[in-house]
Design a protein around this ligand. Structure first.
Ligand code: TK8
Length: 334
């Protein structure tokens, strides 16, 4: 009798293994949006995701990408994910701290010293700790991509010292910590969605904005800004967020494909971001922007002036989150 059962079990297993490789894969059309232009390095990452999905599903999935805030700004698109009306968004963390306050930890001025630290934090235990918070907001973070180190542009004067920030009308992301940081520097800070920034600069409704070189380049800010000051005052991550209401309708195999393809896209996107960064700096110089570095003394004064931002926002972010971040950085640096 035992032999018969064993034989039958082996037969069932054999049949199970012989099922089509994609028995748990349905035909799907996935929409992804973000606020920057397609030629930004996010475009490289999305293209890798698209090919990865095609390969993993034998063409059963189609990835449709929308650029330059065509489906709304970061916050609007993220809300669409939460309601299950859109699948995916590549968004900065800063505009969505109203949804998950812990994301504000990444807005603390001068937090990361370099991209290697950022990668180690985001791809390690701390990044997972933050990603694990997102399902409570009906969101799944598939991977951490790179927006990058932020630098100041303006149409009034070179910013070479702390005093040069005084009175500059600077657009900041809709985020209390950025607002506080630039007000502390003496600027007149205005929160604004990214999609409105170019026109606001063009009409001189504002004097300044701050973003990585690749964004200043691919969003053509060099057309409406004269000065670029290399402040590297914050590093913003991108999150590749997926709608949890939709994610939960996917099979485990499909969910794993989403994660694997977002991680594959991450590595290419970060590399493209870092390779394009120097090219973008040269392009904005060639376009006529006056670029200045700040002296060590000036940067020390600016860091000192903004240090108090950490304490003022630790409670709002979450004391544990801030402490874990600082402990993680200390481990990485020692
Ligand atoms: C693009 C934004 C943008 C961000 C900003 O969707 O708002 O300045 O840096 O890149 O997320």
């Amino acid at each position: 009798m035992k032999t018969v059962i064993a034989t039958s079990l082996a037969a069932v297993l054999a049949v199970g293994v012989a099922l089509p490789a994609h028995a748990q894969i349905s035909e799907r059309t996935i929409t992804v949006s973000n606020g920057i232009a397609e030629d930004h390095p996010v475009g490289d990452g999305v293209e890798v995701m698209r090919q990865c999905m095609t390969d993993a599903t034998d063409g059963a999935w189609e990835l449709n990408a929308f650029w330059s805030s065509a489906l709304g700004d970061d916050l609007q698109a993220t809300q669409a994910l939460r309601s299950g009306t859109q699948e995916m968004v590549v968004t900065s963390t800063s505009p969505i701290t109203g949804i998950e306050p812990a994301l504000g930890v990444f807005d603390l001025p001068f937090l990361f010293a370099n991209a290697e630290e950022a990668d180690a934090v985001l791809d390690g235990e701390f990044g997972q700790y933050i990603s694990d918070m997102m399902p409570d907001s009906q969101l799944v973070n598939l991977a951490w991509w790179e927006n990058g180190f932020r630098n100041l542009t303006n149409s009034v004067r070179p910013v070479e010292t702390l005093a040069d920030f005084e009175g500059l009308r600077v657009r900041v992301m809709q985020n209390n910590i950025f607002l506080d940081t630039f007000q502390t520097l003496g600027a007149n800070a205005t929160p604004m969605a990214f999609g409105e920034v170019f026109t606001a600069l063009e009409t001189r409704a504002i004097d300044a904005q701050e973003n990585p070189f690749v964004t200043i380049d691919t969003s053509q800010f060099f057309e409406v800004q004269d000065y670029l000051s290399v402040t590297n005052h914050a590093y913003t991550p991108f999150m590749v967020l997926f709608s949890k209401p939709i994610f939960d309708t996917y099979s485990e195999e499909e969910q794993q494909i989403l994660i694997d393809c977002a991680v594959e896209g991450r590595d290419v996107q970060r590399q493209a971001s870092r390779e394009l960064s120097e090219q973008s700096l040269q392009r904005v110089i060639d376009a006529g922007m006056a670029v200045n570095e700040l002296s060590e003394e000036a940067m020390a004064e600016i860091r000192e002036a903004t240090a108090a931002v950490y304490d003022r926002h630790a409670e709002e972010i979450g004391e544990e989150t801030v402490e874990r971040m600082l402990a993680t950085l200390e481990d990485i640096r020692n």
